[in-house]
Design a protein. Structure first.
Length: 94
């Protein structure tokens, strides 16, 4: 942990691909001044890692549970990660 910053990864299950979820997560991360990344996974989930203050990360994950209009989030697996500083928030296309 550096400067009161934390890293958290989330794996998001449900109808989360093909519904604008990554772009929506990008907007939510910027809303809370979080840095990190988001990507689609081969198993039809979405995965992200964010870096920032704990309270902001908690709010971010709470919003991720709701998701954008066309999505349906079934569950989120959240895990604290070793500290790593990101300079911005990016959508990964792999």
């Amino acid at each position: 942990m550096k400067n009161n910053s934390f890293n958290t990864s989330c794996k998001i299950f449900g109808r989360v691909q093909g519904v604008g979820f990554r772009i929506w997560i990008h907007k939510v991360a910027l809303k809370y001044s979080l840095n990190g990344w988001v990507r689609n996974c081969n198993d039809k989930t979405v995965e992200c890692e964010v870096n920032g203050e704990k309270g902001k990360i908690d709010n971010f994950v709470e919003e991720c549970n709701r998701g954008p209009m066309l999505s349906s989030v079934k569950k989120i697996l959240r895990e604290n990660r070793p500290y790593k500083k990101y300079k911005s928030f990016v959508i990964l296309y792999e």
